[in-house]
Design a protein around this ligand. Structure first.
Ligand code: BG6
Length: 467
């Protein structure tokens, strides 16, 4: 018998301001760290020079075309859309005395459009961008001074949008500061561990302060964290591999542990000692961290392995997350290993650990789509990927896990965060634009558009069982 997802389950997609909006200096917007990464998070930040091409300056022009895009999301039956606010539209420099009214007004219109289509927003406060001014003048999150600036930004948007937005997230993939310090925290790539963990600490305190502000200002709202669910399996059943896996998983679990429990886990004491660092944690910080999240959200794209054998673990050096490839799994064109069962595993694992509702806020397949003779993308590979992952979410729900919803990554083609390619497409909706900025920006539903619509309509009943 096929499984029907609970009526309360939210269905939708996820986008981020810097990957869709474009209009990077329109209506008083300031430059963000994302605006100086024309090659994406994997490339080096650059000084902007007039005339230099940056695909994100236009992206997919969501800034102007959102009514058309939201209408298409509604046609698929979305009940939620995860999106982010560009901090630099509200506080162009981050340390401004007053918010930018034009930026606030833009999101008023956008949120009203969602409301008109019956789509509930899930709003991320900071998705991989901070005001560039803060990175340059304050060393990004290395500075404690940024905490009150972020809190002021959060309070400003809670006051303005609280009547419309009941689901919030603080920092996107907060654990990525471990791997991409500029993208995550406005820090230089070669940052020392002392500075990196101090910056992470400041982000965690700022996140908790936003949670507190949200609880005070919008009592009927829920606010969650957002972590990259980079789960690792032991490469073999050798006890040393198992222990190494525990230790490596704790590196990213630390973030959720603090945000969900309200204090540093004891295993970090040894970790800090081994790194030879000491984090400044004030009494006020400890108090702030006690304000915990209402739900846990995460992105899920792949799993990998951990090994205590240096010859094998060396193979991991090539990828950002330092994962040893799993010999049992296939990979996407970008080498991301595809593991639907891993999603069921992770949902169970996180629910056992936190006993909080979970939200899968990113998942999807980046692929090079080709238009057929009729100009349509027949993306059966994407349908397969999403079917298999959604089926495993259904399994996890039947395991007893409380899953609030699912927002697939990039329901409309957008600019890749890691490589700034538009040719790495995730969408149900094709956008006519290439990596060099050529194209009309026209939108066209792909085959997967109609497939996702049917899955939402059937409340998951049309999913095909898979391993
Ligand atoms: C997540 C990010 O890491 O993965 C998104 O939160 C990102 O911003 C997504 O786009 C997919 O990664 P990429 O590099 O393919 O865009």
């Amino acid at each position: 018998m096929s499984f029907r997802f609970p009526d309360s389950f939210l269905w939708g997609g996820a986008i981020a301001a810097n990957q869709v909006e474009g209009s990077h200096v329109t209506d008083g917007k300031g430059l963000s760290t994302s605006d100086v990464q024309p090659k994406g998070a994997f490339g080096e930040p650059v000084e902007r020079v007039d005339g230099d091409f940056n695909i994100k300056d236009v992206a997919i022009d969501f800034y102007n075309r959102y009514p058309e895009d939201i209408a298409l999301f509604a046609e698929m039956g979305f009940t939620t859309l995860r999106l982010s606010i560009a901090w630099t539209r509200i506080f162009p420099n981050g340390d401004d005395a007053e918010p930018n009214e034009a930026g606030l007004a833009y999101y008023d219109k956008l949120l009203a459009e969602l409301e008109a289509h019956g789509i509930t927003p899930l709003l991320t406060l900071s998705h991989y961008e901070m005001p560039l001014h803060l990175a340059k003048e304050y060393q990004g999150w290395a500075s404690r001074d940024v905490i009150p600036m972020f809190e002021k930004y959060a309070r400003t948007v809670f006051a303005r949008y609280g009547h419309r937005v009941k689901h919030w997230l603080t920092f996107n993939e907060i654990n990525v500061t471990l791997h991409q310090p500029f993208t995550g925290a406005g820090l230089p790539r070669e940052v020392d561990e002392q500075t990196r963990y101090q910056a992470i600490h400041h982000q965690l305190v700022a996140s908790a302060k936003a949670v507190k502000a949200c609880h005070e200002m919008i009592p009927d709202a829920k606010i969650g964290n957002m972590i990259l669910g980079a789960v690792l399996y032991p490469y073999t059943c050798h006890p040393s591999d198992v222990m190494k896996t525990l230790q490596q998983n704790r590196e990213w679990l630390m973030f959720g542990d603090i945000q969900a429990r309200g204090y540093y886990p004891t295993y970090m004491t040894r970790k800090f000692k081994e790194l030879g660092i000491e984090i400044e944690i004030t009494e006020e910080d400890e108090e702030a961290l006690k304000e915990t999240i209402d739900f846990v959200s995460f992105s899920y794209y792949m799993t990998g392995c951990a090994s205590a054998d240096p010859e094998i673990s060396d193979k991991a050096a090539a990828n950002m997350l330092e994962m040893v490839p799993n010999p049992h799994l296939k990979a996407s064109e970008w080498g991301w290993q595809i593991d639907p069962v891993g999603l069921r595993y992770l949902l169970n694992f996180l629910y056992d650990r936190y006993q909080l509702p979970l939200f899968v806020v990113e998942n999807g397949l980046g692929a090079k789509d080709v238009l057929n003779e009729e100009g349509i993308v027949e993306d059966d590979y994407r349908i397969q990927y999403l079917n298999d992952h959604l089926f495993q979410i259904g399994e996890a729900i039947q395991d007893g896990v409380d899953v609030m919803g699912y927002t697939s990554w990039g329901p409309i083609d957008l600019v890749s965060a890691s490589t700034a390619q538009l040719s790495k497409r995730y969408g149900f909706i094709y956008v006519d634009r290439d990596d060099n900025g050529n194209g009309t920006l026209e939108r066209k539903p792909k085959k997967s558009f109609y497939w996702y619509k049917s899955i939402i309509e059937s409340q998951g009943e049309k999913l095909i069982p898979s391993e």
